[in-house]
Each structure stands twice: as C-alpha cells, then as structure tokens.
Design a binder for this molecule. Structure first.
Ligand code: CA
Ligand code: CA
Ligand code: CA
Ligand code: ZN
Length: 377
C-alpha cells in the first residue's frame, strides 16, 4: 500500500522480493515525513524437519536500514518526533483474533521485558529445559521478537530476507556490496564459526551496530549512544574484521550459557527466549539517545509500552489467525536525516490450526506482587 503522492515502498518476505520506487522520490527529510511508507513484513519461516533435524541452526540492526541501503539509519518507535520525554507505545489485541486470553499473557510478559531492558545471559533455552514441548512453538517468544520489529528493530543476522538458506542466514546483517563480489561474502574466517569478529566479509557493507570497545554483543555499555556503538567497521577493536552477532552458537563458542538476541531470526520447536539479549537492549537504548545520537541531551526519550486491551486502534495491534507464521508489518516516516519513526505496526501470527503454538499461562511479575502482600501477614 502506498499512501501519499510520492513514496518508497518495499516488501520482502523470505525469498520473494518486490520493490517499487517511484521516480518522484527524493531523499528530502522535510517532504518525506508524511509520504514515505516502506512496509516490511518480517517473518521467520518454520519448516518442520529442518528445524528439528538441525536444532543448532539459527549488537543489532534497525528496520529500514537494509531497505534504504543506508547503514546510518536509526528507526524509532511510534510517536517519536525528536523531542525529549516519555514515549508511550500502545499495544492492543485485535477483537477478531484467535486465542485472545492466551495472547494477553504473552503480551503482558513481552511488554514487561521490553520495558525492563534488562539483558540476560542464558535467555535462550531448548526443550526440555525450556518447558516448551518439543513439538510446539513458543508463542510468547515469537511475539517478543515481533514486538521488537514493531519498535523499529531488524534482524542482526542475514535471515530469510537475504534469500540464503540454512546456516548462511546466521552471518551478520549486511548489504551485499557491489562490483565483482556483488553477492554476500560468507567466509567464516580462521575460527570457522559463523558471525564472529574473524569473519572475512569482503566488500559486504555492515549494518550491524557493535559495541566499539569490545565488539561483544553479550555485553552492554553503561552509556549507549554513538560514542560507544557504531556500525562502521573502522571503529572495530584492533584485529576484528566484522561485527559479532548475538547468536546461540556464538554464545556457546564463548563458553556462555545458550544466549541469543531476541531479534535474531530463527526459532526452534521447544525453544524459549525468556529474556532480552544485551544486543536487543542496546539497540533500544541507542534509539533512546535520540536524533543527536548522544545520551543525556534534550532529544532523549524513555520507552514505555502500554497494554490497552481489545481494539485494533493501537500503535501496535496483535492478531492471531491467518497463514503466515508470524510477522510485524510496519510503515514509517523520516523525522530527521537518517532517523525514521514507525507510524503503524500490525503483528500477525498464524492460526493455531496451522502452527502448534505453546502458550505460557503464567503472567510474569504478578506472583511476586501477590507474595509481597501475603508476607505481610
Ligand atoms: Ca568466524
Ligand atoms: Ca559482497
Ligand atoms: Ca540525545
Ligand atoms: Zn523477524
């Protein structure tokens, strides 16, 4: 859908790509504000068998950076205009959704995590440790990921939209580069491990923001802004060749408990991501540093997601039902050079008749609240 007279519109889902770029489009931030609506449905394909046969398969990136071909892009949640303050983002369940009471628990728990911004090591567990049956997909983990897209985050890994398959989707998100090496350059480097600092990526153009001091996405800087994070490879620590991705295999290669960025595409049957990764929290905080990319100034915002209830009139509307596995369809406008804000976001998750969803019936945080009352006698 293109709204307005001029616009850039793009849609990609898996291997099918379609781009329409009206010739009238000009990169002018003043006039683009209202008229530019890139819409990117993101989704993780789940192929039964592939996931089960390869259970080991599958900081951060902003939505629109790849579509626009512009590494400097930072995408903010709905409502941010460049002014300081509390940014409330509303979340609704569409009245026509399936499994509304189950989704409400998943939304409650996911909002708690995105609002908390408390990264965890060991956040990605597999069955049986996860508590998710090995023949089911954890709806809450998928919703948590899709909410991240709705807030402006992309995949830190090349993912399905690269057109690549299998393990190659785990390399760090990049543009493929032009010239003689115009495809993705997928050399694992001396360590043989995908998506590490030793990767040799030829002319691929990095889109993955990393912590300048250590290029370690399983850590986070005290202050997150453009003084501490970059996606310019020239800012990597000495000896590093590319951005390290917060993928499960990389975490285990570092001797950590299994950890993976929530925004890393690809989830397995029986897997649960029960907390944010450091990379996820860092990307939200980088956005919160605002249009000047400097923390502690009058462009900074605090992000607060708020659950409203049953409606289709929120900043983010969630609906279960339909045939695609899961995606968040977003549109946005430019608010400043290289800064975009989402202006509409819809999450769609497949019908329970197609995906064997697991629903967590525990509202996190509530039990602790009740305990604090009972302990007072
Ligand atoms: Ca490597
Ligand atoms: Ca290349
Ligand atoms: Ca700022
Ligand atoms: Zn995704």
């Amino acid at each position: 859908m293109i709204k307005g007279g001029t616009g850039v519109f793009g849609q990609y889902a898996g291997r099918r790509k379609r781009f329409i770029t009206p010739s009238a489009w000009q990169p002018n931030p003043v006039t683009m504000n209202r008229s530019v609506f890139p819409a990117l449905p993101f989704f993780a394909m789940l192929i039964p068998g592939l996931v089960l046969v390869s259970p080991a398969a599958q900081s951060g990136v902003f939505a629109f950076a790849e579509l626009l071909g512009e590494p400097a892009t930072i995408t903010h949640p709905s409502g941010y205009t460049g002014a300081a303050g509390l940014l409330e983002v509303t979340v609704c369940i569409d009245p026509s959704s399936e499994s509304k009471s189950e989704l409400e628990v998943a939304i409650h728990n996911s909002i708690r995590l995105w609002n908390g911004l408390e990264p965890e090591i060991g956040n990605a567990t597999l069955a049986p440790e996860s508590g998710v049956p090995s023949n089911k997909v954890d709806a809450e983990s998928v919703l948590l990921h899709e909410l991240g897209h709705c807030l402006g985050l992309g995949h830190p890994n090349l993912a399905s939209e690269s057109g690549l398959s299998g393990d190659n989707r785990r390399f760090a998100k990049s543009l493929s580069g032009n010239g003689p090496d115009n495809g993705y350059t997928l050399d694992r480097g001396a360590d043989g491990i995908i998506a590490t600092a030793a990767d040799s990526r030829g002319n691929d153009i990095n889109l993955h923001w990393f912590r300048k001091s250590n290029n370690d996405p399983f850590t986070i800087a005290t202050t997150v802004d453009a003084t501490t994070y970059s996606n310019d490879l020239a800012d990597l620590p000495s000896g590093h060749q590319f951005a390290t991705v917060a993928g499960a295999q990389v975490s285990q290669s570092q001797g950590l408990e299994r950890s993976e960025a929530v925004m890393h595409q690809g989830i397995h049957y029986g897997e649960k991501r029960c907390g944010l990764g450091h990379d996820d929290a860092a990307m939200i905080r980088l956005g919160m540093a605002g249009t000047d990319r400097t923390a502690g100034t009058d462009t900074d915002y605090e992000l607060k997601l708020v659950f409203v209830g049953e409606s289709s009139d929120c900043d983010i509307n969630v609906k279960m039902g339909g045939s695609s596995f899961a995606y968040c369809s977003i549109s946005g406008g430019m608010i400043a050079p290289n800064h975009w804000a989402i202006n509409a976001a819809q999450i769609r998750m497949a019908s329970s008749s197609l995906i064997n969803w697991h629903f967590n019936d525990e509202r996190e945080g509530d039990s602790m609240f009740r305990d604090s009352f009972s302990s007072s006698n």
